[in-house]
Ligand binder design. Sequence first.
Ligand code: NDP
Length: 448
Amino acid sequence: MSKYDYDLFVIGAGSGGVRSARLAAQLGKKVAVAEESRPGGTCVVRGCVPKKYLVYGAEFGASIEAAQKYGWSVDNVSFDWASLKNAVQTEVSRLSGIYENILDKNGATLFSERAEFVDAHTVRLTTSGREVTAKTILIAVGGRPWMPEIKGIEHAIMSDDAFLLDQLPERCLIIGGGYIASEFAGIFAGMGVKTIQAYRGDALLRGFDPEVRELVGKHQEIIGIDVKYYISPTEIKKSSGGLIVSFDDGSKIGTDMVMMATGRHPHTIGLGLENAGVKVDRAGAIIVDEYSRSSAKNIYAVGDVTNRVNLTPVAIREGAAFVETVFKDNPTAYDHSNIASAVFTRPPVGVVGLSEPEAREKFGDKIKVYTTGFRPMKNILSGKEQRCFMKLITQGRKETVIGIHLVGDDTPEIIQALGIAVKAGLTKADFDATCAVHPTLAEEIVTL
Ligand code: NDP
């Protein structure tokens, strides 16, 4: 009999934690999971899933407008935030219940409370005070939104709060130029909120291909967002007419709601990691090797808490690799290269592989770049100004495809399939040999 209560104790019932717990339990391991919030984690409860519903909701306004150009009469159109919010929260609860069921069905025990380390094999459940031991512990606690400590920051909301607003403000100011800021600016603007997005840099979505960044900035303006560059907030003050935000260039903006989307940090503070010998880096992320093993030999970490590639499907793959390594005696390192991803701006972005500057830095003049930009068919009749952009980057004499960057409707769906081609190391000739599907946006990628 084991001297521990459990073979595996997982802290955090998000995407990475639940996948790991389920797979280990299915192998007959005795598994427990602690979750201080609702099962499902950021993705299900306050991230990808509810966010995408809000993007759908925002997009309907533009679609109704476009429909009129397609012959539809559309009278008395209005939008009710409370209806959408409640419908989304109902769906979130359903999905969270499914996550809970997955654990239950597979025989894993769920403790609905916070867990903190006592030592490398022991956690304390902080509500009940109960101490539990495990041979292996997996940290999958994710990240949390982070806000700079400027004066009046208590008047700002973060993305977690945005899903639960009692009502939509008339005006909103979103700080940041990353994924969350750009997606939420599109959401609020689409729902009729006068939206300003203020970013300290010169183009949104730092790290993305420069031409994608430029076009996303233009599209934000087209859908009615006032994007201001080179400014960073220094103070938020409450006034009789709302909130006044001061910026480092001396300017001020009046608004009804300030949303800080200034990044997310690993949620490691107060976990008692020092009691277990688990080391973190300067950002608070757990330092792990390629098998997701921390500096304590029986403790592993997956997902955003390790700050590698902070995406749900990556946490899931890391969790599966962890179970292979620890419970199936098959050391498996998840390969983080060529992960396709999307930003759900309006229209969205889909990317896989290297950006042009990254490709140039790595391969110099051995790269070739193919681009096209056009107004998609659907937008020509409807009069929508948003354009579609595609860039394909190849490397070497064989022209292996090493990067694809798309902006336009449905590009998250398209990039998922193209991700297979890039991951498989296909060449431009393979793309050229593939017959187009006409008329589609995606056909352009095989006719470049
Ligand atoms: P990001 O890191 O993408 O963006 C943070 C933004 O805040 C940047 O524009 C940054 O500027 C700015 N910023 C940071 N500090 C300050 C400051 N003190 N004052 C002013 N501006 C500041 O973080 P997000 O929160 O948008 O997203 C977090 C992560 O979540 C993403 O990296 C992604 O991995 C994941 N995510 C993925 C999504 C998807 O797949 N569609 C959707 C949402 C989130 P600068 O660029 O100059 O650093």
